[in-house]
Design a protein around this ligand. Structure first.
Ligand SMILES: Cc1ncc(COP(=O)(O)O)c(C=O)c1O
Length: 376
């Protein structure tokens, strides 16, 4: 068996690093020289700069996206006995953050056109036990926030937007992370804005909630009083080194986002007319940031084999919906419960996508997909 040579990688962070190497080293040196490694100027600056870029009023740095979700739910009073509605088709952290608080995820289906939380299904499944909902802006596409906020208001649900894949996404002209009570962001290295390790943030438009999040992330510490603790908090702070690296990268995020969108356009042109379902194009006022470019096809596994055989990276995000994961067996989910999520898990395939991906490589991917359908 000979290893296939990679022609087009799914993701490659090396070019981006090379272009930022000097700035990142300078940032690291600044932090090392400062002698201040936790909750200093870098973190405070990043919070302001990210809020401004994202279009939200407040931002608090958190140690990861998963922990940002936990802090948000805790600040909103979610605890044991509560249910929190989450889409079944997402990364598992959306649900484990609920479980970490002793609450129970209520799995809801996605809409087949957007693969984000289906407001109609949400309305059907919630009960008096449901305290909150976490719409996920999956792949960088905005969830149906108008529909979801309508259901949430009517039922008195708190809303935490999972923005882990959606930096600079807009929904009907509004910044994601500013529509619900909180927006939880991940800066995991492969994300649209990625740290050099784990990192995250919580955005909000409510000063009291922002304050509450800051208390929880910092061991329940009363603002400005080192050993006065007003809550049983957690140690979920963002460190200065990651904040400094993120500030370097944040300056390029708008440009990187435009490059992702240009790549997505190229895919749309190159794949037009094939029997595949492409990501939904932006509706009025929306802005998708294409964390991933994901098509759907009933020949998914064969297409994936063929692309990998030709050295083209591709991957399935996510092959098992959460209601069928072993980790959630105790909730008794069964095949057939959430048909759109199950179908998405069978049919979704993500193609190479990162800002530095040259357009002629996108054309190579499109040709390979066209070849596949010629013979399939
Ligand atoms: C949709 C979604 N939610 C939550 C997370 C968790 O973020 P983190 O890895 O920073 O904990 C991720 C990414 O990993 C994600 O893709």
């Amino acid at each position: 068996l000979t290893a296939t040579k990679t022609i087009v990688p799914l993701l490659d962070l090396k070019d981006q690093y090379a272009s930022l190497r000097e700035d990142l080293f300078a940032a690291a040196q600044r932090v090392l020289d400062s002698g201040r490694f936790i909750l200093g100027d870098e973190g405070a600056q990043l919070e302001q700069e990210f809020a401004a870029a994202q279009g939200t009023q407040f931002c608090a740095g958190i140690s990861s996206g998963t922990q940002a979700l936990e802090v948000a739910l805790e600040a909103l009073g979610v605890g044991p006995g509560d249910e929190v509605a989450v889409p079944s088709f997402t990364f598992i952290a959306t649900a484990t953050a609920v479980s970490a608080l002793g609450a129970t995820p209520l799995f809801v289906d996605v809409h087949p056109n957007t693969l984000t939380l289906d407001a109609g299904d949400l309305k059907k499944r919630i009960s008096a036990k449901t305290k909150a909902v976490i719409p996920v802006h999956l792949y960088g596409h905005p969830a149906d926030m108008d529909g979801i906020m309508g259901v949430a208001h009517a039922a008195g649900l708190k809303v935490v937007e999972d923005c882990a894949q959606a930096h600079l996404t807009r929904s009907r002209g509004r910044a994601v992370g500013s529509i619900g009570d909180f927006g939880a962001f991940s800066f995991y290295p492969s994300k649209n804005l990625g740290a050099i390790g784990d990192a995250g943030a919580l955005t909000s438009s409510d000063a009291a909630l922002d304050e509450q999040a800051r208390v929880i992330r910092n061991v329940g510490r009363s603002p400005g009083r080192q050993y006065e603790h007003v809550a049983i908090g957690r140690n979920y702070r963002l460190d200065e080194m990651q904040a400094a690296f993120l500030r370097v990268k944040l300056r390029h995020l708008e440009d990187w986002t435009n490059k992702r969108r240009a790549i997505a356009d190229r895919y749309r042109t190159g794949l037009a007319g094939l029997p595949v379902r492409l990501p939904r194009a932006d509706q009025e006022g929306d802005r998708s940031v294409y964390h991933l470019f994901t098509l759907q096809t009933d020949k998914r596994d064969a297409l994936s084999e063929k692309l990998k055989g030709e050295g083209i990276g591709c991957a399935v995000y996510y092959p098992t919906p959460l209601h069928l994961q072993a980790a959630y067996r105790h909730l008794n989910g069964k095949p057939g419960d959430l048909p759109a999520s199950e179908r998405a898990s069978r049919e979704a395939l993500s193609l190479p996508m990162f800002p530095e991906l040259p357009l002629d490589k996108v054309d190579i991917v499109c040709s390979a997909v066209r070849d596949f359908y010629k013979t399939a």
